[in-house]
Design a protein around this ligand. Structure first.
Ligand code: ZN
Length: 459
């Protein structure tokens, strides 16, 4: 990939800022007692409410009657929740960056060939989410640095123990291909220029992944959990010869069977599973168990039932309201996400004072199986969410490929969408995938009003 020198220097500055200033502070907080976490969360919430009511006309209206200087966490419940639809329909009134507009963001995404910086050094991130309606998010310089640092902080203690110099560690990440997906964006920016990590696309075929992985021999491997069966099979066949110290999972639910398979294949590796969303929801893995800890210094997560009423610890929620406390560019306050959360009522045995989460479920896409081949539809949707004129989509598996229903508003580059979907399918080994795009007026929703994004072929 062509690297523009000014862009490389800017990314290097961004990486340096995050790794030298933001990351050490976030690592330090891991040992905080409960009162420090709560103090930080409250201070960050007040600062966010102040910022949003000053700079975001849309939020100002919603925050009427709340004094940011004296607001408490309980006052947050008085703020009406927001949905992805609210965000997308009111984007220009929500964004707090001078000159930033959704039209400008969409134009930039449509022509994107690599990560780029936008207004005032902000960065665009796109997400499919579970509703099938693409979201466009804008992160400021500190906000994106904090996001990356929050993902990294849980592995730092292990890295320090297992590797003599963490800055010398050999890293490889298999994630989203070129797109606005946050895993791709942070991989492009937060890579030590002195010791760049290997960044591979999960759209690549196994054969294309193995050689570079063998050459890199990563000590730290990041990947989607759904890649584990393929990588483990290559390791068993003697083709993949890596021995990672740490395997870091993200973006998808890590099933027990994939966790066991990864551990059996690489017995020396420490496994880390995190929860992160493009909107800024963040949880880090418990070092002792399979549970998570909520990054309460950086976000507020309110588990709720289908009517928006709070759900207490020990009960699975229907969704959550997320408040992102660290990104100012596009304030996210009580934003509905349909991930299922179950908070643990007890303090975790590991000693962490951060809220323990027993389960986070959702974002578990159905797989498409074509004989022996398994295709992960998340890879397919990346070719769609980059085009903002595609407002909703549903991907149906067919015998030899996919049929995609699209609801559009504005100009869609169908050739590009089709080509990217075809590429994604080929990446999983489908030789001559059939791709059909169909524009429809409406896409059927479930009884609960949800849109199923992925429809596998009936067995
Ligand atoms: Zn714990």
């Amino acid at each position: 990939m062509d690297i523009n020198p000014a862009l490389s220097r800017k990314r290097a500055r961004h990486f340096e800022h995050a790794s030298a200033h933001l990351l050490p502070e976030l690592v330090h907080r891991l040992a905080w007692p409960r009162q420090n976490i709560e103090r930080q969360q409250l201070a960050a919430l007040r600062a966010l409410l102040h910022h949003a009511s000053q700079h975001s006309p849309w939020h100002r209206e919603r925050l009427r009657g709340i004094d940011p200087n004296s607001a408490t966490l309980a006052d947050l419940a008085r703020v009406p929740p927001m949905t992805k639809r609210d965000l997308m329909e009111n984007w220009d009134g929500i964004v707090t960056v001078e000159e930033a507009t959704l039209a400008g963001a969409r134009a930039a995404l449509q022509g994107m060939t690599d990560q780029q910086y936008m207004w005032e050094d902000t960065v665009l991130v796109t997400s499919g989410g579970t509703t099938g309606q693409p979201g466009v998010f804008l992160y400021d310089w500190n906000g994106l640095g904090t996001y990356w640092s929050a993902l990294c902080r849980s592995i730092v203690p292990t890295l320090m123990r297992r590797v003599s110099n963490p800055r010398e560690v050999r890293k490889a990440a298999i994630g989203a291909g070129m797109s606005g997906h946050i895993s791709y964006v942070i991989g492009r920016i937060f890579s030590d220029p002195q010791k760049p990590g290997l960044q591979l696309s999960s759209w690549n075929s196994t054969a294309e992944l193995i050689e570079p992985l063998n050459q890199c021999d990563p000590q730290l491997l990041s990947c989607y959990p759904s890649l584990i069966p393929t990588l483990a099979a290559a390791a068993r066949a003697g083709q993949l010869r890596i021995a990672p110290d740490i395997i870091f999972f993200g973006s998808e639910h890590l099933s027990d069977s994939n966790r066991q398979l990864a551990q059996a294949t690489w017995p020396r590796a420490d496994l880390f599973d995190c929860w992160g969303t493009g909107e800024g929801g963040l949880a880090f893995p418990c070092p002792y168990g399979k549970n998570f800890h909520l990054s309460e210094d950086l976000c507020v997560v309110e588990p709720v039932d289908e009517h928006g009423a709070p759900v207490g610890p020990g009960q699975p929620s229907d969704g959550i309201y997320l408040t992102n406390l660290f990104n100012r560019a596009l304030p996210i306050i009580r934003y509905h996400i349909d991930d299922i959360f179950e908070l643990n009522p007890h303090t975790c045995a590991c000693g962490s004072a951060f809220q323990s989460v027993d389960r986070v479920r959702g974002r578990t896409a159905e797989k498409f199986s074509y004989g022996q081949l398994v295709v992960h539809p998340h890879a397919i949707e990346l070719g769609l969410v980059e085009q903002a004129a595609i407002v909703e989509y549903q991907i149906h598996q067919t015998r030899a490929g996919v049929r995609i229903m699209l609801r559009t508003e504005g100009e869609v580059d169908f050739a590009r969408a089709e080509e990217r979907v075809r590429l994604a399918l080929r990446g999983f080994g489908l030789e001559q995938p059939e791709v059909e795009l169909a524009v429809v007026d409406a896409i059927d929703r479930t009884a609960a009003g949800k849109l199923r994004r992925f429809i596998p072929l009936e067995a």
